[in-house]
Design a protein around this ligand. Structure first.
Ligand SMILES: [Fe+2]
Length: 192
């Protein structure tokens, strides 16, 4: 289930949306697009080609809206030795000259996006795709023990080049805290 949270410039959690329509509506001012595809079974091996074959129809549709030049398939597992260094890199706010498009094949991940004076936290899970427009400042986290697989789609052969903004962000909750706070809020709403 997708979740979107609005934070003010100081990093205070202000609002939460968990239904597709409200998420799309509140992402619209940033130019971020979000969608969902049925999750298809993938063969145990086959790499990128297997994903491209399984999602050929969906990718062809997306290719009508975006320039899709190349792709890769990334997987992160909880004990990945490269994760601490990668995490620091993903958490440093940056921009790209092209759209950043990512489809989650499994697991979950959290984007922080600049929105007006504040930020939006977008939590995506398997079956969901997100397209960040070129130039939008953002960062990404997948927690202390990352567990996701994603198809990344690039508009140019060399992939995305990250341009760091160098900004010092307020203390926005990292993935694990974001999920814990989200569950608390959703629980309260259900009880209320
Ligand atoms: Fe990025």
């Amino acid at each position: 289930m997708v979740a979107l949270a609005r934070f003010d410039a100081q990093g205070q959690w202000k609002e939460t949306w968990v239904c597709d329509g409200l998420v799309r509506q509140n992402l619209a001012p940033t130019g971020v697009q979000f969608g969902r595809w049925p999750v298809h079974a993938l063969p145990a091996s086959g790499g990128l080609a297997a994903v491209q074959a399984a999602y050929a129809e969906e990718l062809a549709d997306l290719g009508g809206d975006f320039r899709l030049h190349s792709a890769d398939r990334v997987a992160l597992v909880p004990d990945d030795v490269h994760w601490p260094a990668l995490r620091r890199q993903f958490l440093a706010e940056h921009r790209h000259g092209d759209a950043e498009i990512r489809f989650f094949l499994s697991g979950t991940g959290l984007f922080y996006l600049r929105s007006g004076e504040g930020f939006l936290g977008l939590l995506c899970e398997a079956g969901e795709w997100v397209a960040l427009p070129a130039g939008l400042a953002h960062c990404f986290d997948a927690g202390e023990a990352p567990a996701f697989e994603a198809l990344r789609l690039f508009g140019r052969p060399q992939g995305w080049e990250a341009e760091p903004t160098g900004a010092v962000l307020p203390a926005l909750p990292l993935y694990d805290d974001f999920v814990a706070q989200l569950l608390e809020q959703v629980g309260e709403e259900l009880e209320g």
